[in-house]
Design a protein around this ligand. Structure first.
Ligand code: GLV
Length: 387
C-alpha cells in the first residue's frame, strides 16, 4: 500500500486504475479549460497569515451546513457517472461520507439510483436535480427523493446545455462503455475495475433508465442531456419546484451577484457559488474569485457555499475565510474512489481534514466557525477590475 499524503497521490492512482474515458470525464473542463485551471490556480494566489504564541489546543472543525451538523464544512458534491469510476461508486462514497460525518450529494446522473443509495446508508443524503422537459419525470424523481428521505434538494442551474468537453467526444464516453477497439485495449489493463464491474448490476444511469421516456440513447450523457434538459428553466419554474419539494433547497451554479439576489428572493436555503468545476462556461471567472462579492451582497441573507477548485484543506480554509459557510469537493473525492473505492474516499476526507485542522492551528485559530479574512493575505486586486 503506497503512502498517501495528498489528494494528488489519489489522482495519480485513479488515473492508473480507472478506464481512460472515465478518468478523462472527471478531469476535464470545457473548451480551452481556462476556467477549470483558474479554479485551482486562483486558490494559490491567496496566502495565509502565520500567527504564533497562541493556544492551539482543543481545536474543532465541526460546523453546520443548512442546519445539519457536519464533522467539517465539506460536503461531497454531486458528480455524474460516479459508479463508473469504481463499481457501486455512489454507494461507496455515500458510506464513506456517512461514517466521516459529512453530507453526500447524489447526482441525477448517477449510476446507483436514489433507492440504491438509501438502501445502503442510514443518514439522509442530499439529492441533486437536473430539470428535464418531461414534467412527469421531474415530479416522479422529486417524489422518489422524498421517499428515500433525502434532506435537501440541490438544484443545478448552470447545466441546461452541456458545455463541450473535447475528451468525452473523442473517447466516445458512454455508460456502460461501448466496446470499441480502443476502449477494449484500454480496459484490458484495468483488471481491478473490470472485476468490480462484473460483480455489480449497476452499470447504467440508475435514476434515468426505466424512468424517463423518449430518451434515444440512455447510455450517452451528451445525447440525453441534449434531448431532455429543460432549456426554458427560469426563476418562476424554480419557485414552483421549491414548492413541489417543500424541504431544504440549495441552488447550485450561482456565479453572479444578480443571480444570488434572485436566489434570496425565491427563498432558497443556500446557494453554491460554482462554475461546475470549469465544465460549463469556459471563460467564466473562478468560483473563489467570485465568492467575496457574492458574500458581500447576500451573505447576511442566505447561506453561501462554494465549490470548484478545492483540492486541499487549505483551499477549504481559504473559502471559509472568504465567507463561505460550507464547501464541496467533487474531483478530490472521485480520485479517492477511483483509486481505492470507499477506503479512498475516506482517505480523501482524512487528507482534507488534516490539512484544514493543522493549517487553522498554524494561522492561530482553533474553531473553523471563527475563520475570517483576517487569517488570509489576499492580493489587492484578487477579485479583479472587470468592466
Ligand atoms: C455533469 O454534471 C457533468 O458536469 O458532466
Amino acid at each position: 500500500m503506497p503512502v498517501i499524503t495528498t489528494i494528488d497521490d489519489l489522482r495519480r492512482m485513479h488515473k492508473r486504475r480507472a478506464p481512460k474515458m472515465f478518468y478523462d470525464y472527471a478531469e476535464s473542463g470545457s473548451w480551452t479549460e481556462q476556467t477549470f485551471r483558474e479554479n485551482t490556480s486562483d486558490f494559490d494566489l491567496i496566502r495565509l497569515r502565520q500567527r504564533v504564541a497562541v493556544d492551539m489546543s482543543n481545536r474543532t472543525t465541526t460546523s453546520q451546513m443548512i442546519g445539519q451538523d457536519v464533522a467539517m464544512p465539506v460536503a461531497l458534491a454531486p458528480v455524474g457517472l460516479t459508479g463508473m469510476q469504481c463499481a457501486d461508486g455512489e454507494i461507496k462514497a455515500a458510506k464513506a461520507a456517512e461514517k466521516f460525518g459529512v453530507p453526500f450529494t447524489l447526482s441525477t446522473m448517477s449510476i446507483c439510483s436514489i433507492e440504491d443509495v438509501a438502501e445502503h446508508t442510514s443518514t439522509p443524503f442530499w439529492f441533486q436535480l437536473y430539470v428535464m422537459q418531461d414534467e412527469e419525470f421531474v415530479d416522479n424523481i422529486i417524489a422518489r427523493a422524498k421517499n428515500a428521505g433525502c434532506s435537501a434538494l440541490v438544484l443545478t442551474l448552470d447545466l441546461q446545455i452541456l458545455g463541450q468537453r473535447h475528451k468525452d467526444l473523442k473517447n466516445g464516453l458512454t455508460a456502460p462503455p461501448k466496446l470499441t477497439i480502443p476502449t477494449m485495449i484500454n480496459l484490458a489493463t484495468k483488471w481491478r475495475w473490470g472485476l468490480g464491474m462484473l460483480q455489480t448490476k449497476r452499470r447504467s444511469f440508475g435514476n434515468i433508465v426505466g424512468h424517463a421516456k423518449g430518451v434515444g440513447d440512455t447510455s450517452s450523457l451528451s445525447s440525453w442531456t441534449a434531448e431532455q434538459f429543460d432549456l426554458q428553466l427560469d426563476w418562476a419554474k424554480i419557485a414552483k419546484l421549491k414548492e413541489k419539494w417543500g424541504g431544504k433547497l440549495i441552488l447550485k451554479g450561482i456565479l453572479d451577484v444578480e443571480d444570488a439576489k434572485k436566489a434570496v428572493e425565491i427563498g432558497a436555503d443556500a446557494i453554491i457559488v460554482s462554475n461546475h468545476g470549469g465544465r460549463q462556461l469556459d471563460g467564466a471567472l473562478s468560483a473563489i474569485r467570485m465568492l467575496p462579492s457574492i458574500v458581500a451582497a447576500v451573505g447576511d441573507k442566505i447561506e453561501v457555499h462554494m465549490d470548484s477548485g478545492i483540492r486541499s484543506g487549505q483551499d477549504v480554509l481559504k473559502a471559509l475565510a472568504l465567507g463561505a459557510k460550507g464547501t464541496y469537493i467533487g474531483r478530490a473525492f472521485i480520485y479517492g474512489l477511483g483509486a481505492m473505492g470507499e477506503e479512498g474516499v475516506t482517505k480523501a476526507l482524512e487528507v482534507i481534514h488534516k490539512e484544514l485542522d493543522i493549517t487553522m492551528a498554524l494561522c492561530g485559530r482553533r474553531d473553523v466557525q471563527t475563520l475570517d479574512r483576517d487569517v488570509l493575505l489576499v492580493p489587492k486586486n484578487f477579485e479583479g477590475e472587470w468592466a
